[in-house]
Ligand binder design. Structure first.
Ligand code: SIN
Length: 320
């Protein structure tokens, strides 16, 4: 008979998707000339001590360089999170991921899962073979967050900082502390296995796009077009003309400043909108949000960066 005084085992599931954290170089001194996505997630956990009362489970979901992230991997990842989070013994999920598109995966999972338990993405800027890899400490910190009793929502942990899945952005090409949370600021820090929280855990999004968990591909095609000095409407015109098997259904304009668009690009974007293509403006600025004006002819994505606005529009077109 089970003894009700014994603590129940709580589990943290670590899902591997590849990235530099699982990367290998031919020399330990090489932090940039490596191949991402080589080491199994179970091996990444070797030597990592779980917090007291926590058991670790490893599962390989994908093994990619995250620049090549694809919708089918996102869908599988979301399904595996949903599966594990439904188990009462699972306290939370950690995802090892490449840094390059971590913010996109975090935003996607935030939009489709709205989890009441923690889903914590982590990564590394140096490969597993480095003389001094950053991956093991990041994984350890991410596990600490996933095991924290009141933690919830999608977060990302890198270099001891906890970022919200909605806010996180890669801001540096090389340094170990490569992520920031923009205006929102970090959720907190992990210090020697303890979470020091500065603000609330991420709240569930106002509307959840759960259809992405099961919708068969291909997902609605949404392209990003940048507004810049000397821009023209040529790219949008070409997209409207191309006659591809998967025609473009949405456009995100990566705009200057407070959502401003080069006049030539705006003419083409309005033509696309009139033709039934969904058009959304997102600012190129790394902080701040677009403050809308009543007479704006094109919708704006608020504080979302162009890559996150693209995911939001894709999910909107997919339907809830
Ligand atoms: C990747 O994003 O998979 C490679 C780069 C990195 O993880 O830093």
């Amino acid at each position: 008979m089970a003894n009700s005084h014994l603590p129940e085992v709580r589990r943290v599931v670590v899902l591997g998707t590849g990235g530099t954290i699982a990367g290998k170089a031919s020399s330990s001194g090489d932090n940039i000339g490596y191949t991402a996505g080589q080491v199994d997630v179970a091996d990444l956990l070797g030597g990592i001590e779980a917090p007291g009362g926590i058991e670790l489970i490893a599962e390989q979901v994908a093994q990619v360089d995250s620049k090549d992230m694809a919708f089918d991997i996102w869908q599988k990842l979301a399904q595996r999170c949903e599966h594990w989070l439904a188990r009462p013994d699972v306290a939370g999920v950690v995802i090892t991921h490449g840094t390059d598109t971590l913010e996109e995966t975090a935003f996607f999972l935030h939009s489709v899962l709205a989890p009441a338990k923690p889903v914590v993405l982590t990564c590394a800027m140096r490969p597993a073979t480095a003389l001094s890899p950053d991956g093991p400490q990041n994984v350890r910190d991410a596990i600490a967050v996933a095991a924290t009793a009141d933690a919830q929502g999608v977060t990302a942990v890198c270099a001891g900082t906890i970022h919200g899945g909605l806010d996180v952005q890669k801001v540096h090409t090389y340094r170990l502390d490569a992520f920031a949370s923009g205006d929102a600021g970090p959720i907190g820090y992990v210090e020697e296995g303890a979470v020091r929280r500065l603000r609330a855990w991420p709240a569930a999004p106002s509307s959840q796009s759960s259809k992405a968990l099961s919708a068969p591909g291909p997902w609605p095609r949404v392209e990003i077009v940048m507004s810049h000095a000397g821009a023209s409407g040529a790219i949008i015109d070409a997209l409207l003309r191309e006659g591809a098997e998967e025609p473009v259904r949405g456009l995100v304009l990566a705009t200057t400043g407070n959502g401003t668009v080069h006049h030539a690009l705006e003419v083409a974007a309005l033509k696309a909108q009139d033709a039934g293509i969904a058009v959304l403006r997102a600012t190129r600025c790394s902080s701040g949000r677009i403050l809308p004006k009543p007479d704006d002819p094109l919708r704006d994505a608020g504080a979302l960066t162009p890559v996150k606005a693209r995911i939001a529009l894709m999910l909107e077109l997919l339907g809830k």
